[in-house]
Each structure stands twice: as structure tokens, then as C-alpha cells.
Design a binder for this molecule. Sequence first.
Ligand code: DGL
Length: 279
Amino acid sequence: MITKHSPLGVIDSGVGGLTTVAALSKLLPGENVIYCGDNGNAPYGNRTGAEIVELTSHMLRYLANRGVKMVAVACNTISTTFDLPEFGGYQDQFGIPVLSIVRAAAEDVVHLRYQSVGVIATAFTIASRCYPTLIDELDPDITVFGEPSVNLAALIEQGDLTSPAIDAEVTSHLDDLLNAHAVRDIVLGCTHYPILQPLFEAKAPHVAFINPAKDQARDVRLQLVKSGLLLHGSHDTVGSLEINTSGTRPVFDTVLNELGITREYTLTEHVDYSSVSAS
Ligand code: DGL
């Protein structure tokens, strides 16, 4: 039975969703979290929609079987598939509320009343036009400029956050976007990118970078309150963090440290979500 004591699920193609875990740890520190990263199959952003839907379905079924009360989809690429008509709202088949990070970020952009905004994201997210479509539905006066990155998430997954390749990639995307459009606000529209937020800020100090993980944490809190499932712990109670990955451990240690996530965690490597989800 689902109660407020049930854990929250968080999923991503890899380590990017730890940005949502960081934001949840600040906002809702008492909640217990089960994280699923599909690092063995990342990056998702260069895959087809059908592949992303199949891989995501395995993680969602796995989490449904684990009795989570809600899933925060801390992956923009996955979240865009929820709004593509060809996939028929597949995220609703698992009997648990599934929250899109793109919706949370799009609502924030509208709420902040930007006139124009840049979005740097994976090739799939940009090609889906999910950000411009959702923002346009809420406020047609906001112009959205997209900048796709084919390599950045994969480079971050390699775990060397100070590599020259990452530096060059960030420079090139900022140059492309800022030379073409006079934007002062940019959504880091792939959850891997806010891991590098200090680098983005150092390279473009006049730009405000939006981290959708913070919007998602607020949305999780709102949805838990609405459904009566918020765990009211004392503020110094720290919930458990269980990490599962179809890849390996080292990149998690690096990114947890980079994001300042200090809570204790357990980690299981080489998880095959397709076999566990069937049980
Ligand atoms: N972290 C994911 C996102 O927010 C995607 C990275 C990938 O391409 O796997 O879009």
C-alpha cells in the first residue's frame, strides 16, 4: 500500500538526475529516495523515441514494483516523450504519478515572464520542440531559441568534469546561442548540464542559467501536498538514498561530491531494469 512513508522514485538516463536529488535534499530532506540511472544505455539524447520509451518503461515498472509513491522524471529527454502523441501517454500505465521535468521548467519560465529564453538540451529534446510547444501554450509571447548538444551528456558520463573536451563543448554551445540571439536567460535543459553550472556561469557571467531540477523539486512538493503524501518529518531527519545503476559506481561518487550531496547512500551497479521490472 502506498503511504506518505513510501519512497520517492527519481529516474534519469544516467547521473543527471542527481541534480534533482540535490534539490530534493534541500527542500524535502526527510523523504526516502530510490534513484534509477540507466548509465549502461546512456546517452538517451541520441536515441530514437521508441528506444527511449522502451528503456524508460523498464525503469518505471521497476519503481512501481518497488512501491514508490511518485516518480520524478529527472531527465528532459525522457520527459519530452510524454508529450509526443505517438507514444500515447505511456507514462500513465504504471499506476503511479509520473512528473515531467520539462513541464515544471516550462511553467517556471512563464511564471518568471521572460520575453525570450535559450534552451541548451540534447538533440532529442530540441528536435521534439517540447520546450517551445509547452511555453507557447502557456504564453505565446515568449520566444524560445534551442541549441542542441550531441556530446555533452556523454562527456559528463565519462566522469572527468574538468576535461578540455567538456570545456570546449560548453564554450561552443554558448558561442552558438549567444552570437545568434540576444538572450540573457538560458535553461540548462538536460539534467546533466547543471552539474557544470559553475563552468557555464564563468563563461557567460551576464547570463542567468535556469536549473530545472529546482523547479522539479518544488513540483514534487506541491504534488505530494495535493495528494496527502508529503512526509512531515522533523527538519533534521535525513531520508535514505538508494542508488541503482545499469552502469558502474565511479561517476556517481564524482557527481554526488560535485553537487555537495552529503547524505549516506547505498549503490548497486549493473542493474538490468528489463529483467527486474518483469518480476
Ligand atoms: N539527462 C538527460 C536529460 O535531461 C539526458 C542525457 C542523455 O542524453 O542521456 O535530457
